[in-house]
Ligand binder design. Structure first.
Ligand code: BES
Ligand code: ZN
Length: 615
C-alpha cells in the first residue's frame, strides 16, 4: 500500500480523523486505502466456546477516495466468509460478490469485494477458526477459577485479521461499536467503553468513539468480576486473583496523574486493566481504555509494576501517536519505554528508575551482540518477514536510550516540551520514522542548534548497534552488589555477609544476571540454600535463576522449572529457557515438558517454541 500526496490531501480534506500517514508503505496489508477507507466498524459477534469461534458480522462504513473505484480489499487470515451485503445510496441492502485469495503465510488471505456502486456500508458475515492466530481459547481447567472457559484476543501486530476482516494496517484508524453475545455466566469486555458490560447477562454492547488503528481492537471473555481502584481505574479479573491484583496495581491512578502533568491530558476517559490467564504470551498489551495484563507481574511487592507504567504510557505513544508501519515499531515501543521510566521515576523515585534502566540496557547490550546486525537498527527492515519474527528488545531499549541521550543533551525542560509538542502534533495520527526525522529536525535539532547533529540522529535511527556515545545507565546500588559478588566469588567473604535483606527485586536480578556461567555446583547449592532461589515466587527472579542454573548444569531446579514452564505462557519468561535447555544438552527433557505444556500456550508462543525444536 502506497499513499500518494494527492490521496493524503483528499484524506485530510474529507476525513481528517482517518489521518493517514503521507509516507506510509505498509508491506503487511492488502488494503486498497487509495480507493476506499473504512471509517467505522460495527461488530456483531457470538462467542462460541464449544466450537472455539467468533461468529457473526462486521459492518464497515466506507469513505471512498477514488471516483472510479468499486472494490474493497480487506485483510483476513483463517476466516470463513459466509456472505457479503452492501448498502447502496438508496439505503437498500444488496448482495456483493467477493473472492478470497489463497492464504499467504505472513499476510493471510486477501478478501476482494466488488460492488455495483460506491457502497455506503458493507457487511461481511463470517466466523473465525479455532486456530485463529489472534485468539486464545482456554478450557475451564486452564483458568484461575477452573469453572468457566476464557477467551481473549491479541491483535498486534497483524492478527486482527484472524478475527475480523479489516484493513489491518496501523496507518489507518477506525472508530468502532460492538454487540457481543456469550454464555450467560461469562462476561465480555473490549478495548472500548465497557459500561455496556457491567451487568453480567451474556448480552453486551461496546462503543469506541475515538479512532484507533485496528491492532488495538480487543476482546476478552471469561469469569470476570471487577473492582474500582479509583475514580478512573478498575480491574477486571477472575475472582480468585482480583484482590491481589488491586493491591498490586493501586498506584495506577497516581501514574495517570503524573503522566498527565508531564505529557498532556490522558485522552481516553477510563483506564482499566484486564487480568489474563498465565498463558498470555506478553507482559501486557496497551488495548485502549483496557490494558491486558499478565498475572505473572502480581508479585506481592509491586516490584514489577513498571509493566503498568509501560502499558499506560502507550496511551500517549502508540495509541494517540501511532507507528505507521511495523518497521517503525520503535516509535511506539521506544517512546513508551522512555515514558514508562519517567513515570516510574515520578511514582517510585529516581533510584528505582535508574535500576530499571540499567537492567534493560545490560540486556540490550547482550542482544545487540547476538542479533544479526541489520536487525539492530531502530528503523527495522522487515523485507516481507512477519513482524513477530523480528521482535526484540531493540525497538524498546535502544529507542529509550536514544531518547535519554537527547534528554541529557538538551536538558529535561527543552526535551519534555519537545515530546509533549510531538504528542500534540500527531495526536490520533500515524507516522513513519522518516516523518519523525523531519519533525525532530525542525522542532528540536534546528531549534537549538549546535547541540546534536542530524548525522547523529540518523546514526541512532539507521545504523546497527549502539553509537559509541550511547548512554550507559549505571546504578550505585548495583555497584555495591557487584562489589559484594566479587568478594564472595574470590573467597574473601561469605554469602551471609552480603546485605541481601535490604535488596529489592532489582538488586537480586542484577546479582543473578551477573554471576558467572561456570559457577561450581557447591556454589550454586550454597546460593540456593541461603536464598531459596529455586522456590522464588517472583516470576522474573525465578526466570533469572533458572537461566543461571541451566547454564551451570545445576539440576536441583528441574521440578520447579517444569512447573514454571508448564504454568506460564509469557514468551519473555519461557522462550530463552527452552533455547538454553536445548543448548545445554537438556533437549529431551525440554521437549517432554513442551509436549505437556504446548496445548496451554497461545498460538504465538507455540509458533516461537516449535521453531526452537524444529532444527
Ligand atoms: N505492545 C507491546 C506488546 C507487543 C509488541 C505485541 C509488538 C505485539 C507486537 C506491549 O506494550 C509490550 O511492550 N509489552 C512488554 C512490556 C514490558 C516492556 C514492560 C511485554 O509484554 O513484556
Ligand atoms: Zn509496549
Amino acid at each position: 500500500m502506497k499513499l500518494s500526496a494527492l490521496t493524503f490531501g483528499l484524506a485530510l480534506a474529507g476525513l481528517s480523523h482517518t489521518a493517514l500517514s503521507a509516507q506510509a508503505v505498509d508491506e503487511h496489508t492488502y488494503a486498497n486505502l487509495n480507493d476506499v477507507i473504512s471509517t467505522h466498524l460495527h461488530l456483531d459477534l457470538d462467542v462460541d466456546f464449544a466450537d472455539k469461534q467468533l461468529e457473526g458480522f462486521v459492518e464497515h462504513t466506507l469513505a471512498w477516495q477514488n471516483k472510479q473505484a468499486r472494490t474493497l480489499v480487506l485483510d483476513t487470515r483463517d476466516l470463513e466468509i459466509d456472505k457479503v451485503m452492501y448498502q447502496g445510496s438508496n439505503g437498500k441492502w444488496y448482495p456483493a460478490s467477493f473472492t478470497l485469495a489463497k492464504r499467504d503465510d505472513v499476510k493471510g488471505a486477501k478478501l476482494t469485494i466488488r460492488f455495483k456502486q460506491q457502497a455506503k456500508k458493507a457487511r461481511i458475515y463470517y466466523n473465525s477458526l479455532p486456530q485463529a492466530s489472534g485468539l486464545q481459547w482456554l478450557t475451564p481447567e486452564q483458568t484461575a477459577s477452573k469453572s468457566h472457559p476464557f477467551m481473549y484476543s491479541q491483535s498486534q501486530a497483524i492478527h486482527a485479521r484472524s478475527w475480523i476482516p479489516v484493513q489491518d494496517t496501523p496507518a489507518m484508524r477506525v472508530t468502532y461499536s460492538a454487540r457481543v453475545n456469550t454464555p450467560k455466566d461469562v462476561r465480555a469486555v473490549m478495548s472500548a467503553d465497557n459500561s455496556g458490560a457491567l451487568i453480567k447477562d451474556g448480552d453486551y454492547w461496546f462503543d469506541m468513539p475515538q479512532a484507533i488503528p485496528p491492532y488495538l481492537i480487543a476482546i476478552g471473555a471469561g469469569n470476570l468480576e471487577y473492582k474500582e481502584m479509583s475514580h478512573q481505574t478498575a480491574i477486571f479479573a477472575e475472582p480468585q486473583i482480583l484482590d491481589a491484583s488491586v493491591a498490586e496495581f493501586n498506584d495506577t491512578q497516581a501514574m495517570i496523574d503524573k503522566t498527565n502533568a508531564m505529557y498532556g491530558e490522558y485522552a481516553w476517559g477510563r483506564y482499566d486493566l484486564l487480568m489474563l490467564p498465565p498463558s498470555f504470551p506478553f507482559g501486557g498489551m496497551e488495548n485502549p481504555r483496557l490494558s491486558f495484563i499478565t498475572p505473572t507481574v502480581v508479585a506481592g511487592d509491586k516490584s514489577l509494576v513498571n509493566l503498568i507504567a509501560h502499558e499506560l504510557a502507550h496511551s500517549w505513544s502508540g495509541n494517540l501517536v501511532t507507528n505507521a508501519t511495523w518497521e517503525d515499531l520503535w516509535l511506539n515501543e521506544g517512546f513508551t519505554s522512555y515514558v514508562e521510566n519517567r513515570i516510574m521515576e515520578e511514582v517510585f523515585g529516581r533510584e528505582r528508575a535508574v535500576m530499571e534502566q540499567a537492567l534493560d540496557s545490560a540486556r540490550l547490550r547482550t542482544v545487540v551482540e547476538e542479533l544479526p546486525a541489520p536487525d539492530t537498527r531502530l528503523n527495522l527492515r522487515l523485507n516481507g518477514r512477519d513482524p513477530d519474527d523480528a521482535f526484540s528488545t531493540v525497538p524498546y531499549t535502544k529507542g529509550q536510550l536514544f531518547l535519554i541521550y537527547l534528554e541529557e543533551k538538551f536538558g529535561r525542560k527543552v526535551f519534555d516540551a519537545f515530546v509533549k509538542g510531538y504528542f500534540d502534533a500527531y495526536a490520533f495520527k500515524s507516522l513513519t520514522t522518516a516523518e519523525f526525522v523531519q519533525y525532530i529536525e525542525k522542532h528540536l535539532i534546528n531549534k537549538h542548534p549546535g547541540i546534536v547533529s542530524m548525522d547523529k540522529v540518523n546514526e541512532w535511527i539507521h545504523q546497527p548497534g549502539l553509537p559509541a556515545d550511547a548512554p550507559n545507565p549505571t546504578s550505585d546500588a548495583f555497584d555495591k552488589v557487584d562489589a559484594a559478588t566479587k568478594a564472595w566469588l574470590a573467597g574473601n567473604s561469605t554469602l551471609e555477609a552480603i546485605p541481601t535483606t535490604s535488596w529489592t527485586v532489582h538488586e537480586w536480578l542484577h546479582f543473578i544476571n551477573n554471576l558467572p556461567r561456570d559457577l561450581a555446583q557447591d556454589k550454586m547449592a550454597a546460593l540456593d540454600q541461603a536464598f531459596g532461589l529455586t522456590n522464588s515466587t517472583n516470576a522474573e527472579l525465578a526466570f533469572a535463576w533458572f537461566m543461571l542454573a541451566v547454564g551451570n548444569g545445576y539440576d536441583a531446579i528441574y521440578p520447579a522449572l517444569d512447573k514454571h514452564l508448564s504454568g506460564i505462557g509469557r514468551r519473555k519468561l519461557i522462550v530463552r529457557l527452552y533455547k538454553s535447555l536445548v543448548a545445554n544438552g537438556k533437549r529431551d527433557w525440554a521437549y517432554e515438558v513442551y509436549q505437556k505444556a504446548r496445548p496451554g500456550y497461545h498460538p504465538l508462543a507455540q509458533g516461537t517454541i516449535d521453531a526452537i525444536f524444529a532444527n
